[in-house]
Write a protein that binds this ligand. Structure first.
Ligand code: NZQ
Ligand code: ZN
Length: 386
């Protein structure tokens, strides 16, 4: 097991009716900005619950943060924060709203020339404007981690950011919010969380027995609840397990003491930036090819995964590992998620070269757990995903 440090300061309030506890988490006298997305919270009653809980606070609102939170939109919110001297933010939404608020948290205190630097130069945020979240869509784990991903249409870019100053102060996880989520987003959430576990697990054995078993149990739980949640998102037990699995998949715990990959996300983000494909679906497009291409370096863990998560036994290591990739692909298909780029766009020719070129320009010369995946490898993997 590798050495590690672990600190996660986000307080979680989990369960039915927890939104009513908002007032005790927000500093008294705070001037509050509540931020949300395109309006789903007005249809499913979450907006009313939050507003009811916040009676007595000074609350301003900023709506319209789109999926794949857009830099230009966030700059408008930044203006409000500065002009109104906001001192606490509340994100009410999925990963996009929460990530948008994380960017604002950093940008509000940033003293450099342009807040875009935070993304383009990967500046780590040590201190941000404090914020909490009310999660409405289990998927990204953003509610309990310190990372964010921001898009910029103008340049077709999608960049990650983060830092120890960007953990939410608290996050409210009420699984009842899952009842109104459309099937497409439920499938996305399951796929994203599942791939988060894979990125931190499908590397090479590091003797981290507990981390491996926690990772495997998150994947097993997601596999078990997936059909239930798709059939009936109002199934509270399934929703609760789905929600907590997504949070646990990316709150930092399972990545401690082990090597991590994250190349699938790096390539996937480019597909969202270029074609607007939902984040989770880009992962399902890249993952199978990534594992086939890097088979030799990953086969031990692929075989362990096939055996422990999918109960594939009595084969050679290579056969077992191959079965692991196949089971993953079939799992995505069972959620109605296509795993080929050509199933999402007709104009995929040349994509692999563009992505490889971009990685070269950014100096991303060694991705993956061994820092050995070159832009040439990336080109081949993306091409295999057509
Ligand atoms: O905008 P509204 O109207 O709220 O509708 C949203 C949106 O259209 C809707 N929705 C959310 N909760 C709902 C609901 N509809 C009905 N009922 C509810 N309870 O769902 C749509 C998608 O929401 P979004 O927030 O975009 O989805 P998700 O949570 O999957 O977030 C995706 C973003 O997170 C980034 C992705 O790249 C992408 O930009 N990621 C963030 C990560 C992180 N911070 O750690 C890690 C991930 O790997 C990922 O990259
Ligand atoms: Zn993801």
């Amino acid at each position: 097991m590798l050495n590690f440090e672990f600190r996660n300061p986000t307080k979680i309030l989990f369960g039915k009716g927890q939104i009513a506890n908002l007032p005790k988490e927000i500093p008294a006298g705070a001037k509050l900005l509540m931020l949300y997305g395109g309006g789903s919270i007005k249809q499913n009653g979450i907006y009313d619950q939050v507003k009811d809980a916040l009676q007595g606070f000074t609350v301003l609102e900023f709506s319209g943060i789109p999926a794949n939170p857009e830099y230009e939109v966030l700059l408008k919110a930044l203006k409000v924060i500065k002009e109104e001297k906001i001192d606490f933010m509340l994100a009410v939404g999925g990963g996009s709203v929460i990530d948008g608020v994380k960017f604002l948290s950093s940008a509000a205190l940033y003293e450099g020339d342009s807040p875009w630097d935070i993304l383009s130069q990967r500046i780590s945020t040590k201190k941000g404007l404090p914020f909490g979240t009310v999660l409405t869509l289990p998927a990204t784990g953003s509610e309990m981690n310190s990372g964010a991903v921001i898009s910029r249409k103008e340049t077709q870019e999608k960049f990650s950011m983060g830092g120890p100053g960007l953990f939410p102060q608290f996050s409210i996880l009420d699984p009842q919010v899952v009842a109104s989520i459309p099937k497409r987003q439920l499938a996305n959430g399951i796929t994203d969380a599942f791939t988060h576990v894979l990125e931190q697990y499908m590397t090479y054995p590091a003797g981290a027995m507990l981390q491996d078993r926690i990772a495997e149990s998150i994947m097993q739980t997601l596999i078990e609840v997936a059909p239930r949640i798709i059939r009936d998102p109002a199934d509270y037990e399934a929703a609760a397990n789905f929600m907590w699995s997504c949070t646990m998949a990316l709150n930092g715990l399972i990545q401690k003491g082990v090597p991590t990959d994250w190349a699938i996300h790096a390539m996937g983000h480019e597909l969202t930036a270029m074609f607007g494909i939902d984040h989770a679906r880009t992962l399902a497009i890249i993952a199978p090819s990534h594992y086939r291409y890097n088979f030799n370096g990953k086969k031990e863990k692929l075989a362990q995964y096939a055996e422990r998560v999918w109960n594939v036994t009595a084969m050679s290591l290579e056969e077992q590992a191959t079965a692991g990739i196949k089971m993953t692909e079939e799992f995505f298909h069972s959620l109605d998620i296509s795993t080929r780029l050509s199933e999402y766009t007709g104009s995929y020719e040349g994509t692999a070269q563009i992505i490889s070129q971009r990685f070269t320009e950014r100096g991303w010369n060694g991705l993956g757990e061994r820092k050995a995946l070159t832009p040439d490898d990336v080109e081949k993997i993306v091409e295999m995903s057509y």
